[in-house]
Design a binder for this molecule. Sequence first.
Ligand code: ATP
Ligand SMILES: Nc1nc2c(ncn2[C@@H]2O[C@H](COP(=O)(O)O)[C@@H](O)[C@H]2O)c(=O)[nH]1
Length: 202
Amino acid sequence: MKTGLLLVISGPSGVGKGTVCRALLEKDPSIYLSVSVTTRPPRVGEKDGQDYFFVSEERFLEMVARGELLEWARVYSFYYGTPKAPVFEALAAGRDVLLEIDVQGGFKVRENYKDCVLIFLLPPSWEELEARLVRRGTEDAQARQFRLNWAKQELSLYHRYDYAVVNERVEDTVAAIEAIRVAERCRSHRQQFPWLKTLLEG
Ligand SMILES: Nc1ncnc2c1ncn2[C@@H]1O[C@H](COP(=O)(O)OP(=O)(O)OP(=O)(O)O)[C@@H](O)[C@H]1O
Ligand SMILES: Nc1nc2c(ncn2[C@@H]2O[C@H](COP(=O)(O)O)[C@@H](O)[C@H]2O)c(=O)[nH]1
């Protein structure tokens, strides 16, 4: 069985990573969306084990020490990390895996798993990014400003990702990521043709 693709989705807070990942999953339930571990407190409506595994700082650092995380980073004021085992189980089962993580995490995944695909989501404009964060209404003005300052740093790194997709309309972004999946599966290093091997070696 072919190994699945490890797809990393990054981009500034509020660009729509979560929205796009959910839409991708709705279209293709075979995708495995990794559930991160975080020390951030849950937002209203967030469920443990579904949106995140919400853990104490002590538990998080224990997971780091035990090598249970594929990558981890401090984002804003909290720790976030990707549990390793479920990601590799899903890949081995031939499922494509989505990681919705920040850029520091994306670079760490590239170090640990070279064959990953890094996809950066950009907003159509800076004003639209601000408006999306305001509309979402999950942060107060101070926390929002903090995220926007961080967003500038993240946006400056988009060119180090394999793909840059502007999230104008969710449907178009989903279509672009589906096209990337198709293209990545066609890359020569991911393909084997037994009949051709026989022909050339025979
Ligand atoms: N293409 C889009 N057009 C308009 N609004 C969008 C689009 N994509 C997402 N949104 C809206 O923007 C807000 C932020 O989206 P979302 O929470 O998915 O962002 P995020 O990148 O996952 O943020 P964070 O990194 O903070 O978790 C939400 O209110 C969402 O409904
Ligand atoms: N490096 C990692 N970053 C992660 C992970 N899970 C989420 N994130 C990123 O954190 C911020 C904030 O998320 P929020 O839910 O508090 O709004 C966002 O950029 C996420 O992509 C992870 O496992 N590793």
